[in-house]
Ligand binder design. Structure first.
Ligand SMILES: [Zn+2]
Length: 197
């Protein structure tokens, strides 16, 4: 049995070394695990042939009181079908600089508190958290079905300490937000009714 529980987290990799850049940070260097063949991100076939490799520094979820960064040697495989192609790492999708676990953690938190608070809590940039939330909303929120809309609720809310207003339109039956626009005049909500047709 492996005595290091961290070995569970990063499929295909093991820990080569770690250091503490400062009192709050932990930097973990990973290396490819023995006997684990990288997988082509194009066709998902495993291959021996490595084209090249580059180190990517990514943010992982916090561990106890540490902010955790990983240095991951990400390989490009020389795939027989696709040519040179980035390896697929399930816990580090695409060209992300945050692990899938970290992204999931951000997504859980933005459901509970404002973006600004999540950014502060995790030490991420506001725009990073915003972009993750935006992707989550695109995935989870479906375009409203105009044909099913029967009753509307319209309300206004103050922006920037009450100097400007926004209007929000909600489907009274499903509680889904249908539209948000700046302003509270008749002209401001016209685009909504144009959309509704
Ligand atoms: Zn391939």
């Amino acid at each position: 049995m492996n005595a290091n529980p961290l070995a569970l987290f990063w499929e295909g990799f093991t820990i080569e070394s770690y250091s503490q850049p400062d009192a709050q940070s932990l930097l973990i260097r990973l290396q490819p695990a023995d006997g684990y063949l990288p997988c082509c991100s194009g066709c998902h076939q495993h291959t021996h042939a490595i084209h090249d490799s580059s180190i990517r520094r990514v943010r992982e979820r916090d561990l106890l009181h540490y902010r955790v960064w990983l240095e991951v040697p990400v390989r490009r495989v020389r795939c027989a079908t696709c040519g040179p192609k980035l390896e697929q790492i399930r816990w580090l999708p695409g060209r992300q600089h945050l692990t899938a676990g970290m992204i999931q953690w951000v997504e859980s938190l933005v459901r509970l508190m404002p973006i600004q608070h999540v950014a502060h809590l995790l030490g991420l940039h506001w725009h990073t958290v915003k972009a993750i939330d935006h992707q989550r909303l695109k995935r989870e929120v479906t375009e409203p079905d105009k044909c099913r809309i029967r009753r509307l609720v319209m309300d206004e809310l103050a922006l920037f300490k009450g100097h400007r207003y926004a209007t929000v339109v909600i489907d009274a039956d499903t509680q889904q937000v249908l539209w948000v626009g700046e302003g509270r005049s008749r002209a401001a909500v016209r685009p909504f009714f144009e959309w509704l047709g």
